[in-house]
Design a protein around this ligand. Structure first.
Ligand SMILES: [Co+2]
Length: 380
């Protein structure tokens, strides 16, 4: 009877690794792949590790020395298979899905904003403002204003997306978007924020965020995140989306799709009283199924009358305290990568790329916390 129990435990454990090798839907497997490759110091999954330890202990009692050696060889062979599989996926991304490394083009002068448009307070300085400690919690009037700003941001972003195609420059997209924002009587929030020279962020391929629009022409197979924030009647609305340019490699397309899903899953759990740390957990769980990295360096933030405030929203696993409050507005904006999560920033102090040059994708919404859930405000 003992031998049967042990056999069952053993095969349960082995099947964790073995059965899904051909598919991408075993979270344990991909959790381990991810942890193995990024050396993340995430919370372990206790039930998995407890059952692993118990199985190993019982096995070592049961098995002869010889069997145990065979068994551990088998495990390391599986680990090796996982490593090779991921390596191969990255290789194929490199071969078919990579455009030449991103190079900076020429940045045109900042565009003028008519005098009658109200300006945010941070324009007087080129120093990056501190993240404000005030949470943005609104009454009915504030919510109406937030909705107006966010809806405009969403409409502008949608229009920006229609401009994405090979040979268009990111500068041309910036110009069109700038025009649309000022025609609506709003100010493009990034322009002059901490000295940022343009009206939107355009982050292409391995640029994970804060790319500066320039003379570079989009290429067939590029992906581009366009990040739009507008300042309307004293309120900021902040949203971004990654668009496909022409025919994009399947592995990169999947990254883009899963990144959007991660944002949506993060939003779905938000409501009055929910803890912020659940967002990072939910996003990481989904990303890990595919072996994707979740960038830790860039975070979501409170947004409202202030562009960037508390709460800081971490997209990776974390133990940060705090709960959401009805009437609160903040962004969720995960960046996922096909490779590592380490980043480098160009000497312009903005453009941030993945250190390994492998593509990254990002999606962002501004949301309003309600008693029963969260309302996406950056929707048109
Ligand atoms: Co943002």
């Amino acid at each position: 009877m003992w031998s049967n129990i042990l056999k069952n435990l053993f095969w349960q454990w082995v099947s964790l690794f073995r059965s899904p090798m051909g598919s991408l839907h075993n979270s344990h497997l991909h959790y381990m792949v991810n942890a193995y490759h990024h050396h993340h110091h995430h919370q372990n999954q206790p039930h998995l590790w407890v059952s692993l330890s118990i199985s190993l202990l019982l096995l070592s009692m049961y098995c002869s020395q010889h069997k145990l050696v065979v068994y551990s060889k088998r495990v390391s062979a599986l680990e090796e298979a996982m490593r090779i599989r991921r390596q191969r996926e990255l290789q194929s991304t490199k071969k078919f899905g990579r455009t030449p490394p991103l190079r900076r083009g020429k940045v045109s002068p900042p565009l003028p904003v008519p005098d009658h448009i109200p300006k945010p307070p941070y324009l007087s300085s080129n120093i990056l403002p501190e993240i404000s400690s005030e949470h943005q919690i609104h009454d009915a009037e504030g919510i109406a204003q937030m909705k107006a700003a966010c809806e405009l941001a969403a409409r502008v972003l949608e229009h920006a997306g229609t401009l994405v195609r090979p040979s268009v420059t990111t500068d041309q997209i910036d110009k069109a978007v700038h025009q649309m924002i000022i025609e609506a009587g709003a100010y493009p929030s990034p322009l002059g924020y901490g000295g940022f020279p343009k009206s939107i962020c355009t982050s292409v391929n391995e640029c994970m965020c804060h790319g500066i629009p320039d003379s570079r022409q989009l290429q067939n197979g590029d992906i581009i995140n366009i990040d739009v924030t507008v300042y309307l009647n004293g309120y900021h609305g902040d949203t971004s989306k990654t668009f496909l340019c022409g025919d994009v490699h399947g592995a990169i397309k999947r990254l883009v799709k899963v990144t959007e899903e991660c944002m949506e899953r993060g939003i779905a759990l938000c409501k009055d009283g929910a803890s912020f740390k659940k967002i990072g957990k939910r996003i990481s769980e989904h990303a890990e199924k595919y072996g994707y990295g979740v960038v830790e360096r860039f975070v979501g933030h409170g947004v409202g009358t202030v562009f960037h405030s508390e709460p800081i929203i971490l997209h990776h696993r974390n133990e940060s305290p705090g709960v959401m409050v009805e009437g609160q507005t903040f962004t969720i904006e995960p960046i996922l990568t096909l490779g590592g999560i380490e980043c480098i920033t160009w000497p312009d102090n903005w453009t941030t790329l993945t250190a390994d040059g492998i593509p990254a994708a990002q999606f962002e919404h501004t949301i309003l916390i309600t008693r029963t859930g969260a309302e996406i405000l950056t929707k048109c």
